[in-house]
Write a protein that binds this ligand. Structure first.
Ligand code: 0L1
Ligand code: MG
Length: 261
């Protein structure tokens, strides 16, 4: 049995100081990896951060098959990870950030355990275009399944756009991810498990199984609709989702460094 708290501390230090670390040498089970994640998130809560929802990862069937996964992975979101729509992030606060175009769900009622897509939809207060900034704390974004789960499934920041009527059909909405005005990824919400509502159904099951059932007010990030794009200082990132609208953020430019004469 590995020392769960030592691994949690290592990954929390890496995230807090934006410093890459080697992959875990320790062999741990998926259950132990989630225990590491829970303990590393507890360190954040102890510093005053508040859990406000969760993110779903590996939500494309192709990615699941490629990784040999039988289930989705998930991570926890805190209030400190939330970036205002149109706001600025500091590149130096990340190891090597990437952005994924997503849909976010806002719960209007609790949603726990085994639920139908219809029940999941009925619990919603809103849906929004959203951007997830993922940032693996491992060097070169290289990790095993248990590595990434322990690392809060690479979750680091997220931006949600305007909340729209949750009765909108989400099955096949067009996505365009622009960086500095250039379309870098084009896709469809259908890439998220065929329909992103399935991701919410899975989130309800996994969160309840972990003893943290979804509550009214929670945000759930449904998962990437396209491949992730690497980010750089000074960029403007904007996602447009058919029927849902747009969401955006800026990355602060590199700071000028005064050289000695
Ligand atoms: O949000 C995601 O689907 C990514 C999950 C973690 C894997 C990665 O960092 O690419
Ligand atoms: Mg994601």
């Amino acid at each position: 049995m590995s020392d769960i708290s030592a691994l949690a501390q290592r990954l929390d230090d890496a995230a807090r100081t934006a410093t890459g670390v080697p992959q875990l040498e320790e062999t741990i089970s998926v259950e132990e990896a989630y225990a590491v994640q829970a303990q590393s998130m507890q360190l954040r809560y102890d510093r005053g951060e508040r859990r406000i929802g969760l993110k779903m990862g590996m939500t494309s069937r192709a990615k699941m098959a490629q990784m040999g996964l039988e289930d989705l992975i998930w991570g926890r979101l805190t209030d400190a990870m939330l970036v205002e729509d149109g706001g600025k992030i500091n590149f130096n606060g990340f190891v090597h950030p990437r952005v994924e175009p997503e849909i976010a769900f806002l719960l209007g009622a609790p949603l726990g355990g085994s639920v139908t897509p219809m029940a999941a939809r009925a619990a919603l207060a809103g849906v929004a275009p959203a951007l997830e900034i993922i940032d693996s704390r491992y060097h070169n974004f290289k990790f095993s399944l248990t590595d990434v789960i322990a690392d809060n499934s690479s979750s680091s920041a997220f931006v949600t756009g305007p909340w729209a009527d949750p009765s909108i059909d989400l099955a096949n909405l067009g996505f365009i991810l622009n960086i500095d005005g250039v379309a870098r990824q084009i896709g469809s919400s259908a890439a998220i498990l065929g329909n992103p509502i399935r991701s919410l159904v899975a989130a309800a099951r996994l969160a309840a199984a972990a003893g943290e059932p979804l509550q009214a007010g929670d945000v759930v990030m449904a998962g990437g609709a396209t491949a992730a794009e690497a980010l750089a200082p000074g960029q403007h990132v904007c996602l447009e989702v058919q029927k849902l609208g747009r969401v955006e953020f800026h990355i602060q430019p590199k700071e000028n460094v005064c050289l000695e004469k």
